[in-house]
Design a protein around this ligand. Sequence first.
Ligand code: C2E
Ligand code: MG
Ligand code: MG
Length: 452
Amino acid sequence: MTSPLRSAREERQNVGLADLAFTDSLTGLGNSRRFHDKIERLIAQRADDPAPFAIAIIDLDGFKPINDHFGRRAGDEILVQVAMRLRASMDSHSSVARIGADEFAVLYPMVFSEDAALDRVNTLIEILSAPYDVGERMARLSASSGCALYSSSDESASVLINKAETALYHAKRAGRRRVLVYSGEIEAAAKYTTHVEQALRRAVAAGEVQAFFQPIVDLQTRNTIGLEALARWTDPDLGIVSPTIFIPIAEERGIIGALSQLILRKATEAARSWPQELFLSFNLSPSQLVDQNTGLHILSILEKTGFDPRRLEIEITETGLMTDPASAEKIINELRLCGIKISLDDFGTGQSSLGRLRDMRFDKIKIDRAFVSSILDDRPSEHIIKAILALCDGLGMEVVAEGIETEAQADKLIKFGCRGGQGYLFGKPVDADATLAYLRDAAFVARRAFAR
Ligand code: C2E
Ligand code: MG
Ligand code: MG
């Protein structure tokens, strides 16, 4: 059998010189110039014809880890196979191009409605989800897509492609394997995102994002053993914006580094006046584990604020380890050498891999709220928590269960042998002053109990 790479090469040899500038050299498909050109020509043809048409941009989910895992050559092989599958799925009117490293685009001149576009693209996503042959091994991929419908003659190819890119961005944010068609709602969401981005840039520069703190307790004694710093932001126009909204935007738009440094500075300044035995837990975003300056930034802030690194714990998620495992490991080792501890946050929800627990050492695991909230009425959650606890015990890691809201949940966790807990039952996140007052109260209660 001829390899897909070879047949793509043979195909390229049949391409004339003039066409080369419009051809993707790896797959033999048209490139982004050709795609743009074809849309412009179709728009011109449709000048007197009100019939719409559709475009779709398809992006492979998690292609980079596959490339890293199987090697560059295997990555190329997969891209060629993707191209072949897409080309084979086109009807006589439609055409496909490769417009980015792992981004493909389809032009559907004869697709006239949103539903028809969704139908076609969902079929393509299905086709791309079948396993790929990589030598002796198989790789699996999924893909997401953003579509746009050409509707009025005032739209250019660039505007239409931008719309599809915006829909793709929202599809990717919603998770893997999603297909979205650009709509008024997406337009509003895109405007909101841009508004948040601009307001956040200003707020970070003005030092207006705050650090709040939530206690982490010993479940048996209820004594506070540490506090997690959580970013809080109120904008004069937007009001309170949740970190679940602004942290992902900060990551995507390159603000996370500055934001994180601001929060760490404020958090360590506040934590300096807490009792010395309390640790400070601090979240790092996945993109920060790709940036080799992260370790340096953290250590220089600790030095400036005079905070003992041995009192700091860094929370990272499994997603953070997946993007670039080698880079994440390097940063983690750097931090660990200075005495900083490493926790694995939201355990059980991401791309959990037990292999990762073997390859990388963690000091602590935080069991995600999703399991804790259903521990009372869901047998699988109960078993999963028990298994995680046994695992941590065997590997010598501490455990904190997140999102504990009721005494019944706390009781059950204690019964299973869980030592650490965090949740509204013990305290909601509050600002630095309220945290200090809370810690003084707790110390007062402890002293009174001791005196009795
Ligand atoms: P996380 O690190 O898993 O933090 C725990 C989240 O659960 C916090 O949400 C906390 O307020 C919430 N929570 C705690 N106990 C309970 C409970 O009993 N019930 C319920 N329903 N929720 C509880 P928050 O503050 O909205 O933060 C959300 C996420 O945003 C955090 O999840 C973290 O991933 C991220 N985040 C927050 N601050 C920062 C930051 O400074 N840097 C980075 N990189 N990420 C941050
Ligand atoms: Mg956390
Ligand atoms: Mg968490």
